[in-house]
Design a protein. Sequence first.
Length: 573
Amino acid sequence: MPTTVLDDPLGLSCVFSDGSRAEFDLAGSPNLRLTRDLAIGLVELIHPHGSADSVGTVGAYLRALRRMVDKFSEQGFTGGVGQLRRGQLTEFWMAGPTQLEAATRALIEGYARSGGPLGDGVLELAAGRHFNIQSYRGTLKPYPEADWQRLTETCRALVDDSYATHRRALAAVQRGCHPNEGGWTWENFCWLMARLGPLGTPEVARTVGISHNVLRRRGIPVFYDALQAVFPHLDVVIAYRLLFGIYSGIVPDGIADLGVDDIDWAGDSTVLLSYVKRRTAAESLNLPRSAVRLLEQWLAHSALLRSTVGHEHRDQLWLGLCLAGNARLIRNVDRNSVARWVRRYSLTGADGRALKVHRARIRTTHHVMRSKSAWTGNARATIDPNHTAAVEGDHYLTVTTPSQQHAVETIIEDAQHDLLRRAHPPTVITEEDAAGLADGYPRLIGAMNIDDDTLRELVGGTRDVFTAACADQLSGLHGPVGKPCPARPWVCLLCPLAVFAPRHAVNLLRLKAFFARQWRQMPAAHFMAVFGPYATRIDQILNRFDPAELAAAAAHVTNSDDELPLRPEELTA
C-alpha cells in the first residue's frame, strides 16, 4: 500500500505518484488514540485514494491534525474519533480558522470512508456546510506588460552576467594554481574550487594551512567571489527557474521537481521535457526555442558543480549552493526565498512596491502572451503594420461580394425566424369544427392566410401528416417551394403551419416515447442539441389536451420504433 500508518512508533509512511517517499513522526502526541484514527483518515486523502500527492500537502494536513489533537487534549478528551460528538466538533470548527476547519473535516470524512465508526450525526456534520466560508480568490490575472518585461529583463540580466562570470572563471582555472604557491588571488581560488568542489570557509582555511579567522580577515572577499563564479548559487538558480517558467509556461511544481533524466533531446535544438503536474499526472512538452537555449546554458553553468557532488544529487536539475562560504546544496526554493530575491534586486511593480512573484501567475501570463503574440505581437501576422488587429479584421476578414453578404444575411434571418417560431404557443384544436376554429384562433387565420376550404380540411383530417395537420405542405418552409415538405415528424412540433387536434394524441405520445428512448441511449449534450427543443415543445402541446383523451390514447402506444416513420439511422437500440 503506498501510504501506511506505522504503530511502533506511531507515524505515517507515504509513497507518492512520482516515486518519492516521506515519513512523518506522530509519536509525541498527547492522545495517541485520536491521532492514530485521524492518521487513518488522512490515508484516504493521499494518493492513490485522494488528491494529496506531495510532502507539502501531507504536512499541511498533519499540522491541522496536531492542532485538533492538542485542542481536544486540553479539554480532557482521551477517546478516539468514534467518541467525538457533534457539539464538540461544532465548537471546535466554529472557532476556526478556515484552513483548520477544512482540513479536519476532510480527516473525519476520510476516517468514515476507511470504515471507522462515528457518533450519531458526526458524518453529516463533517460533510455539511462549513462554518468558516473560504473566500474565493478567483483566477490569477496575468502580469501587466510593464511588470512582465521588468521581471524578464531582471532574470535575463542576472542569468547572462552570472554565466559570463562563470566562463571567465573556467578560463581562470587553466591559469591558476594552489593559493599557497601563487597567492590568494581570484584565479587561484577558482582553481582550488574546481579541484576540490564546493567547500565551506573552515574547510578552505584548513586546505591553505591557516586559521578560519585569518582567512576571514585577509581573503574572504576573494574566496567568496571565486566560489560564486565557479558554482551557481541561490540567486542565480532562482533567476534561471523564473526565466525558464517565463519561456516555457510549465507549472511551478513541474519546474521544481525536474531531473536531468526528464530531458529528452530530439536533435540539437529540440527538447521534449517530461514533468509531473500535481493536480493531474505526468505530462510532456516540446520546449520553445528560447527555453531550449536557456536549458542548454544552465546545464553548462552547473556542469562543474554536478561533477563534484555525490551521485545522489547529480540527477537534480536545479543544482546550486545555498550561500557563499557554505557547501550546503539547495534543497527547496520557497516563496520566502523568492521574496528576498526580489528585494535584493529592487524589483518593483507598477505601483512602486516590491513585485509579488507568484510562479503560477507566471504560467498564466506566459499563455496570455503566447496567444496575444499570435496576432498583435507578431509582425508577420499583420498585413499592414500600421493597422491594429481590429482594423485588419474589418478590412480583410469580412465578406467582400454582394452574394456572400446576401448569404450571411439569409442565415441570420433564418435563425431569427426560427427563434420567433419557438416563442409562439402551439396551435391546438379543442373543437373540431371550422366555425370554432375561426372564432377561437384569429391569430392562426391571419398568420396562415387560409380560407374556409382550408379550415375544413384542417379540421376534417384531409391535411394530416404524422403528428399534426399542415396548413400548406407546399409552402417551402423546410424544403423547395412547390414540393412536399421533407421535414422529419418531430420538426412539425415547432412549425408555424402545424395544427394539433385530439386525433393526433396517439402519434404525439408515440413520438414522446421515441424521445425517451433516445434520451437513454444518447449523451445528454447530444440529445439536447438534436431533440431538446422538440422534447420541450411536445410537453407544451400535450398539456393542452384533455387528460381523459391522453389516457385513452396511451393505451394504443406500444413503445417501439415500428410505430413511427423512421429512417434506419434513426432507430433506437
